[in-house]
Design a protein around this ligand. Structure first.
Ligand code: ARG
Length: 411
């Protein structure tokens, strides 16, 4: 690999301990072979097992945190290309866009992302290239093709009938959707994404209308779970959300119009809500220039604020909250802008940071190896020069990034 991990000792001025929810002072972190092998204090450094060749990184005037994660991105999408402009983008071009955006995402401090849908398995190829060390990027959990009904949010509805345009993940009926799950798994997907309601950015779909019957959703979830894959559903409308939770999904993406009953169901089942409450600002200010259809802008005007209010209700209900941004709809590398919104709408900075670290790691089922600065876990570590517990917007400008013991950024 071109990115090799060295034995390292980090001096951390403040360290955000997301497991205990506390900030610790003057910590020392020892890293070997990409893993955290020791944590102590400057006073106990002499008693710690530090490799002789370890290099010192002094972050004693910074706040150190675990690498951030985002449960909902589309690395292969370009935020300045929406609507009919997207018809010009080949899968090969999307893959190259993904390489560029993977680096931006990592440099913004996001060391793990779930990529919830890409054309032609471009996201699987990207994950493989990153894992080999051929290109810089976050640890990826890719979905491959998003599964959806004919004419639904996960289909391509832009062209008239004679073009026979159809997205790769379209299937109707319980066995057909099971087959899609199996195909995604065959070609390397690590999570299953399906569309359970209409969406904002798709032509001719209604946000409030459920897509897939309960039987189809149940078939997707059961098949994915048999294969050991988690399921993320795109859903805005209350009924689609409730039906998907009943079918056993692991996370609801957007969850914009979730009902009180939906919140109760999510709480009871431990379902995560991955609410992208920043992106509305981008869609309504930059969307038109990027090619977003007028009908989509009209839908966004009905959903953006309502979603923030439902996010606030979710914080009060104590539901599991993921950090998911839908970056790709808006520019990659700006994922961190959502933190300030999550704090404005009901979370403490610590809770917002926990959602983007240990919380997401639990949803992704990688919390034994990722999500906190803990001995035995991957050395995914970032630092900022302003304490994010006092001003969470500090996470919009990350100064230091290490992934699996390799330093990618040091300002
Ligand atoms: N991809 C989503 C959709 O098209 C974006 C929704 C963005 N809006 C929002 N308020 N979260 O439905």
């Amino acid at each position: 690999p071109i990115f090799a991990a060295e034995a390292t000792v980090i001096y951390a001025g403040d360290l955000v301990d997301v497991e205990s929810g506390r900030v610790l002072n003057d910590r020392v972190i020892v890293i070997e072979d990409g893993l955290i092998t020791g944590i102590g204090s400057r006073a106990t450094l002499d008693d710690m097992d530090v490799p002789a060749d370890a290099k010192l990184i002094d972050l004693s005037d910074m706040t150190v945190l675990p690498g951030l994660s985002d449960s909902h991105v589309h690395l292969t999408s370009d935020a300045s290309v929406h609507g009919y402009k997207r018809l010009q983008v080949s899968t090969s071009a999307a893959a190259i866009t993904g390489v560029v955006n993977a680096e931006k995402t990592l440099m913004a401090g996001f060391t793990t992302v779930r990529n919830l849908g890409a054309p032609g398995f471009a996201d699987i190829a990207l994950m493989d290239a990153i894992d080999k060390g051929a290109v810089p990027g976050p640890n990826m959990i890719p979905a491959g093709r998003s599964i959806g009904i004919t004419g639904g949010h996960c289909d391509n509805n832009l062209l008239p009938y004679e073009y026979e345009a159809k997205s790769g993940g379209v299937a109707d009926g319980p066995w057909a959707v099971r087959a899609k799950v199996r195909e995604n798994n065959k070609y390397g997907a690590k999570v299953i994404k399906f569309c359970g309601t209409g969406g904002v950015l798709s032509k001719g779909t209604k946000i409030g209308a459920q897509q897939f019957s309960f039987e189809e959703m149940k078939a997707i979830v059961d098949e994915a779970h048999l294969l050991g894959l988690k399921v993320a559903v795109h859903a805005h409308g209350a009924e689609g959300i409730e039906t998907a939770i009943r079918a056993g999904v692991d996370s609801v993406e957007h969850a914009s119009l979730i009902s009180d009953e939906g919140l109760r169901m999510a709480k009871r089942n431990g379902t995560y809500l991955s609410m992208d409450i920043y992106v509305s600002d981008y869609i309504l200010s930059e969307g038109e220039a990027a090619g977003i259809l007028e009908e989509s802008l009209a839908k966004e005007r009905t959903v953006g604020k309502a979603q923030r209010e439902r996010f606030q209700a979710a914080t009060k209900a104590g539901v599991n909250l993921a950090f998911g941004s839908d970056a790709g709809v808006y520019p990659h590398g700006q994922n961190g802008r959502q933190f300030a919104y999550m704090v404005d709408w009901g979370l403490t900075p610590m809770k917002a940071i926990q959602a983007a670290t240990i919380g997401n790691a639990k949803l992704f089922d990688i919390d034994k190896t990722h999500g906190s600065i803990t001995v035995g876990k991957q050395a995914d570590i970032i630092a900022v020069d302003t304490n994010p517990i006092e001003d969470v917007s500090a996470l919009e400008d990350v100064d230091f990034v290490m992934k699996s013991g390799v330093v990618y950024k040091q300002d």
